[in-house]
Design a protein around this ligand. Structure first.
Ligand code: NAP
Length: 236
């Protein structure tokens, strides 16, 4: 029955990888909230998902706004899966010697503080779920190990460190929630062709969505406090 379907919310689900996460969870029978800040693109994504047979609904959501996030949380009655997917690069250039501090602030505001803001607002609903899952969409450019091993994406004093920060925050959530049934993990989609990178990625958004769908549907004995891509564990 529809009313008993598990409910998932995907932030930034109007396009790119987030849209494909919503489509994938919808295909698995989840009722899916399409979190998006633009009414026009949110409505278009919901219409496309519904046409594909997904039980989708729109959730007005700007992850940088306390008011928007609070209103979004109070509009839902149930939540089983939260995918913190919304993200930005913050703009260019990002060489540490040239970067504008506002570029760093913007990346951290959306990619880190946005995740904390959204997660904390929806946590009461997640705590009421029988099998809550939180997935934070990170990136291997946030892996300090990979960065220190050599080339891993462009020089970036805003986007890449914001994902390292997100990874660190993910670990702290997992630590605090370890004695609960909430599994919290970070996922990396790989280099996917989306607006984020001018469609230069070599993977499809659907391929990028797969790790998030996997982490969103982990069994109760699944991992928490980990960082994963399609190949397995990504080193911090
Ligand atoms: P995208 O196509 O640019 O989509 C980003 C999404 O985030 C859009 O829906 C965007 O909404 C939304 N968003 C941005 N700021 C927001 C805000 N303040 N409130 C609500 N939504 C907001 O990028 P993508 O490639 O699908 O990226 C999805 C996630 O994967 C990001 O976290 C990104 O860092 C991560 N990732 C991507 C790649 C890749 O190769 N593409 C690699 C590693 C990690 P608007 O349409 O309104 O801007």
């Amino acid at each position: 029955m529809r009313s008993e379907a598990k409910v998932a919310l995907v932030t930034g689900a109007n396009k790119g990888i987030g849209y494909e996460i919503a489509a994938g969870l919808g295909a698995l029978g989840y009722r899916v909230g399409v979190g998006a800040r633009s009414a026009e693109s949110r409505d278009a994504a919901v219409a496309k998902l519904v046409a594909a047979g997904v039980d989708a609904f729109g959730v007005p959501l700007d992850v940088t706004s306390d008011e928007s996030v609070t209103a979004a949380a109070s509009s839902l009655e149930r939540l089983d899966v939260l995918v913190n997917n919304a993200g930005i690069t913050g703009g260019m250039p990002q060489q540490p010697t040239l970067v504008d501090l506002d570029t760093i602030r913007a990346a951290v505001e959306t990619n880190v503080l946005g995740v904390v803001r959204v997660t904390n607002a929806f946590l009461p609903l997640l705590r009421a779920s029988a099998a809550p899952r939180i997935v934070n969409m990170s990136s291997t450019v946030g892996s300090l190990t990979r960065q220190s091993e050599g080339e891993q994406g462009p020089i970036s004093a805003a986007y890449a460190p914001s994902k390292s920060f997100l990874n660190a925050v993910t670990l702290q959530y997992a630590k605090e929630l370890r004695d609960t049934n909430i599994l919290v993990n970070a996922g990396c989609p790989g280099f996917c062709a989306t607006d984020l990178n001018g469609f230069r990625g070599y993977r499809t958004p659907a391929q990028g969505a797969a790790i998030a769908i996997h982490l969103a549907t982990l069994p109760d004995n699944g991992p928490t406090g980990g960082f994963f891509d399609d190949e397995g564990v990504v080193p911090w």
